[in-house]
Design a protein around this ligand. Structure first.
Ligand SMILES: NC(=O)c1ccc[n+]([C@@H]2O[C@H](COP(=O)([O-])OP(=O)(O)OC[C@H]3O[C@@H](n4cnc5c(N)ncnc54)[C@H](O)[C@@H]3O)[C@@H](O)[C@H]2O)c1
Length: 396
C-alpha cells in the first residue's frame, strides 16, 4: 500500500480549516493531529469536518510531545510563525509555513537556520505561484516570451467586504504581521520578484487609511450600534466562526463584532510601492481594500512584447511589438476553489516533496526575500524615504 504522510494542522482558524479539509481528502496524506488553542473552535470545526476522532491539542508544546505526525501545516497568525516553525524543526518535523514566512527578516533567517540544521523540508504558503494565471505569467516571462522584461505593474484590489473583515481581525495591527503589505500582499511581492527574477535593491512607498477612518465610528461594536443600514454591520460574512462564537450574547464576546472604523488599528487601506530590481527591472504595486470587484492584475512590459493578465477574467493577453500580433491565452481553471484551484496543487507539491525527498518548489529563499522587501516597503512608507536593500539582507 502507498505510504500516507501523517500530517498535523497547527492553528485551526480560517486557513487551517481549509487545509484540514484538503488533507482529509488527500490520497497521499492522513490528518493525524490538530493543534488549536480555542477548545470551542477545535470541537466545532472538527464536528463540521467529521474529524472528531483525530487527536486535538491546545498548544504546540503538547502537540510535539504527544502528537503522531511527520509534517505540520502551520496556519497560526503571522507573529506566531517563528516560534512554532522552530519548535517543529527541532522536533524533526517537516513544515508548510503560511505566508508571510515571518514578520521580520531576522525571524526568517532563524527559521532557515533551524530548517537546515535539522534537515527538515520547508515550503512557504505562496499558493499564488500555482494559480493558473500567475503560473503562466512566470513561465512566459522566464522563457523570454516578452524579450527582456523591463517593467512590471501589479495590483491587488481587495473586495470591500473582505477588506472590512481585516479591519476587525488581528491583521488590523501592524505589529502582528509587519504591516498590511506583508500580511496580505507577500504573495504579490513574491510573484513580482519571480517575474523580475532578480533581488530588489530599492523601494519607495506611500499608503494611508482613508476609507475605514475612525471618524466614521459610531459605536465600538456592531451589536451595540443602532445603524441597521450600515453596510459593514457584522452579519458573519467573510469569517468562519464556531457555534459558540456565533451565539455569543455580548458584543465583546464576538471576536469579529468590532466596528470596521475602529481606532484600534494602524494598518493602511490603500498603498502604492515602487520597487527597483538589481537587473534594472522596475515595478509598481498598488493595493486597495475597498474594491467593488476583487481581482489581481499584472502587466509585464518586455523589449519585444507586453503582457496583461487578470485573475477576475482569467485571461492573458500579449501584444507583440515586433510582429504586431496579439495572442490571448485562456487560463480558466476547472477548479474555482482555493485561489483558482492552486491550494490543492500546492498541498500535493508539499506532500510529494516529503514522500519523494525532493526540494520544495517554493522554498525559504522566496519567504525570506518577500519579508525583506515587505519590511523595506513598510519602512519606506513610515519614513517617507527611499529604502535601499543591501545584498546581505538576502543572506542567512
Ligand atoms: N496563503 C494564503 O492565501 C492565505 C490565506 C489566508 C491566510 N493565510 C495565512 O494563514 C495564517 C492564519 O490566518 P487565518 O486567517 O487562518 O487566521 P485565524 O485567526 O483565522 O486562525 C488562526 C488560528 O490559530 C489559533 N491560535 C492562535 N494562537 C495559537 C496557539 N498559540 N496555539 C494554537 N492555536 C493558536 C487561533 O485560535 C485561530 O483559530 C496567517 O499567517 C495568514 O497570513 C494565508
Amino acid at each position: 500500500m502507498q505510504k500516507k504522510l501523517k500530517m498535523a494542522v497547527i492553528g485551526f482558524g480560517q486557513r487551517g480549516y481549509c487545509f484540514a479539509e484538503m488533507i482529509k481528502k488527500h490520497p497521499r496524506a492522513e490528518l493525524t493531529a490538530i493543534c488549536e488553542k480555542s477548545a470551542d473552535r477545535a470541537e466545532c470545526f472538527a464536528r463540521e469536518l467529521d474529524i472528531t476522532d483525530i487527536p486535538s491539542f491546545d498548544s504546540v508544546e503538547e502537540l510535539i510531545a504527544k502528537g503522531d505526525f511527520e509534517a505540520a501545516v502551520i496556519t497560526l497568525p503571522d507573529w506566531l510563525h517563528h516560534d512554532c516553525a522552530i519548535a517543529c524543526c527541532r522536533a524533526g518535523r517537516h513544515i508548510m509555513l503560511e505566508k508571510p514566512m515571518a514578520p521580520t527578516a531576522e525571524e526568517c533567517r532563524d527559521i532557515i537556520r533551524s530548517v537546515q540544521g535539522n534537515k527538515c523540508q520547508l515550503q512557504i504558503g505562496f499558493v499564488l505561484r500555482h494559480h493558473p494565471v500567475f503560473r503562466k505569467v512566470i513561465e512566459i516571462t522566464r522563457s523570454g516570451g516578452l524579450g527582456q522584461v523591463l517593467n512590471i505593474t501589479s495590483t491587488e484590489h481587495i473586495g470591500v467586504m473582505h477588506g472590512a473583515s481585516y479591519m476587525r481581525r488581528w491583521h488590523r495591527k501592524s505589529a502582528n504581521s509587519g504591516g498590511f503589505i506583508l500580511a496580505k500582499c507577500s504573495h504579490d511581492i513574491d510573484i513580482i520578484s519571480a517575474v523580475a527574477n532578480s533581488p530588489a535593491v530599492k523601494v519607495a512607498s506611500f499608503g494611508s487609511t482613508d476609507f475605514f477612518t475612525p471618524d466614521k465610528q459610531k459605536y465600538q461594536y456592531c451589536s451595540l450600534c443602532p445603524d441597521e443600514n450600515c453596510r459593514f454591520r457584522f452579519k458573519g460574512e467573510m469569517v468562519r466562526m464556531s457555534e459558540t462564537e456565533k451565539a455569543a450574547p455580548s458584543a465583546q464576546a464576538k471576536p469579529f463584532d468590532l466596528c470596521v472604523y475602529n481606532d484600534d488599528k494602524d494598518v493602511v487601506d490603500h498603498q502604492v510601492a515602487l520597487i527597483d530590481f538589481a537587473n534594472g527591472v522596475k515595478a509598481t504595486f498598488t493595493l486597495n481594500l475597498f474594491a467593488a470587484v476583487p481581482k489581481r492584475t499584472i502587466c509585464v512590459a518586455g523589449t519585444e512584447a507586453i503582457l496583461y493578465a487578470d485573475t477576475a477574467d482569467e485571461f492573458i493577453t500579449i501584444h507583440n511589438s515586433l510582429t504586431g500580433e496579439t495572442q490571448k491565452i485562456d487560463c480558466k481553471s476547472e477548479n474555482a476553489s482555493g485561489h483558482g484551484g492552486s491550494d490543492e496543487v500546492f498541498l500535493s507539491d508539499f506532500i510529494d516533496s516529503i514522500i519523494e525527498d525532493l526540494p520544495p518548489k517554493i522554498d525559504f529563499k522566496a519567504g525570506l526575500s518577500s519579508t525583506v522587501i515587505g519590511n523595506a516597503i513598510e519602512k519606506a512608507r513610515l519614513t517617507g524615504s527611499v529604502v535601499e536593500i543591501p545584498p546581505e539582507d538576502y543572506r542567512w
